[in-house]
Design a protein around this ligand. Structure first.
Ligand SMILES: *Cc1c(COP(=O)(O)O)cnc(C)c1O
Length: 311
């Protein structure tokens, strides 16, 4: 049985009224771990158990780690998650409340990743946050649900970190005969490793991440995400942290759901009706969710951004 749930697919009246389009929301924020990651990570973990895995190891500062912790508890397997010193207390507490062992090690996610790999025993499965075909297959179930609902959008809007969600969505579109549906791939400035790679036509590695949307902070995206851009209509949109936070706050007002700026940035593309979206009538946004920020965090970020911009 899959570990993820079928999420609500709703038409947003408030956002549709604001933009004059039909805006549909796939509410991945409703997944048990608070983000779409439960789809791919749940699927991958189940497959690794079939292959004989006795323990899951992961490195993550947030939603991926939480999804692994959730999967481990549901599948009755121990979980070790290595998080960098920068991980939020909130994320660490949530992982621990799912019974995961959390080890704080290293200054960056790269350090945590290296340490996690050094812990690997023969019966362990390492769960990568985005670069694993099993994850993409699990994420693709999201499109299966939209297909079954009979709603073919003119475009799909989603956030890109390492590109796992993007790969899953394109796999899902392709397997449902919807390969002609364009995908708008949204990132924040300073975490735009995908946009830069699309422009360059090869994988570009960012020297550092300078966005508050740390969830999108993969310094380099997976190769498949770039490969898909050669045969699928994918457009990159890059917006500011300020736009992302402001969209998360608007979304909280419109739909009473708190989402991270990592998700807010996809919503910002819609709220701001960016040029890449202006010609489409029916737009579907993947509300990818994320538990890394509270409503108070959003308000605080908005205040700080405002000070910086002197507004
Ligand atoms: C993981 C995550 C992303 C980025 O997904 P990738 O598969 O790394 O591109 C975006 N938003 C949220 C809330 C996430 O948890």
């Amino acid at each position: 049985m899959p570990l993820h749930i079928e999420t609500p697919l709703i038409k947003s009246l408030p956002i549709s009224r604001k933009t004059g389009q039909s805006i549909w929301l796939k509410m991945e924020s409703a997944q048990p771990s608070g983000s779409f990651k439960t789809r791919g990570i749940g699927y991958a973990c189940e497959e690794y158990v079939k292959q004989g895995a006795k323990r899951f190891i992961a490195s993550s500062g947030g939603n991926a780690g939480l999804a692994v912790a959730f999967a481990g508890r549901r599948l009755s397997l121990p979980v070790v998650i290595v998080v960098p010193e920068t991980a939020s207390k909130r994320a660490v507490n949530l992982m621990r409340s799912e019974n995961a062992e959390v080890i704080v090690q290293g200054k960056s996610l790269d350090d945590a990743h290296r340490f996690a790999l050094s812990l690997m025993q023969p019966d362990d499965a390492y769960i990568h946050p985005f670069n694993d075909p099993l994850l993409w297959r699990g994420h693709a179930s999201l499109i299966d649900e939209i297909f079954r609902a009979g709603l073919k959008p003119d475009a799909i809007v989603l956030s890109v970190g390492g590109g796992g969600l993007l790969c899953g969505v394109i796999e899902g579109l392709t397997q449902n005969g919807w390969a002609d549906v364009p995908v708008i791939a949204v990132e924040t400035e300073g975490a735009d490793s995908y946009g830069k790679s699309l422009n360059a036509g090869c994988l570009v590695e960012l020297a550092n991440i300078s966005s508050i949307a740390t969830t999108l902070g993969a310094r380099i995206v997976c190769e498949q995400a770039l490969a898909y851009s050669r045969n699928h209509h994918i457009e990159s949109v890059v917006l500011s942290d300020k736009s992302a936070v402001s969209a998360s706050l608007q979304f909280l007002q419109d739909h009473d759901v708190v989402v991270e700026p990592a998700c807010g940035v996809a919503l910002a593309a819609v709220y701001e009706k960016v040029a890449a979206l202006s010609e489409y009538k029916t737009v579907l946004v993947i509300v990818c969710g994320g538990v890394g920020s509270t409503a108070d965090d959003l308000v605080e970020w908005a205040r700080v951004e405002c000070d910086v911009a002197e507004c």
